[in-house]
Ligand binder design. Sequence first.
Ligand SMILES: [Zn+2]
Length: 258
Amino acid sequence: MSTVAPRTVNKKAARARPSGARPTEAAEPAAPATVGVALREAIYDRILRAVLEHRLPPGTKLVEDRLAELFDTSRAQVRDVLARLANEGLVQTFPNRGAFIAAPTVEQTRDVFEARRLIEPALVRRLIARRDPVAVAALREIVAAEQRARARQDRPTMVRLSGEFHIRLAGCAGNRMLERSMRELASLTVLAIFLYDAPHATACREDEHELLVAAIEARRGERAVALMLEHLDHIESSLDLTPRRDAPVDLAAALGAS
Ligand SMILES: [Zn+2]
């Protein structure tokens, strides 16, 4: 990966100077701020991708030391990335316990879908109003990648791409705040699918993204919105959101005490 070299340079440079010392031009030829930003972005992308592919399940503890070692960087850099992920709802932090991949409850999952039903029709309308063939091509590209993943029964990639389709749609609609919300909602949906889905079901139904893109391309606003709402209903109804999963365990009953 192209990020390996800057990471190593950055770490060595950090070790070479005493803390608090200002680096000289000769000792630090690369712009350290830029390297740090690129590194954090790379760590963020890797963690997000692992979440979207269900390789980091909900509740997984994210140990700072271990991550710093894995990414060959400092704990401070890792902490920055974890703070960003926490800010986006993907990571939950607990005092004295650390950071964990979020595990949305049944109630939070229902809230996620309620928010998606409000936001995504608006995104679809915005996208149609923009008449942007590049956006349509970008969505088609994801749909094609999903079809290839489905053909080889690559479930992790299918789940990730189904989330990325919705994030890309939000990105193409041209509202950064909605895009940011959608990134969080799509990621939480992927985590909810892990927790509440039937074991072999997929996140988004086979041809629904394709139909949606066709409606957007044809600028059929009402149809596109209806398809999106139907699509969200299908995803939500494929989950087992019965409240019992969140019911607190009765310790006395569980341990056989009277
Ligand atoms: Zn979808």
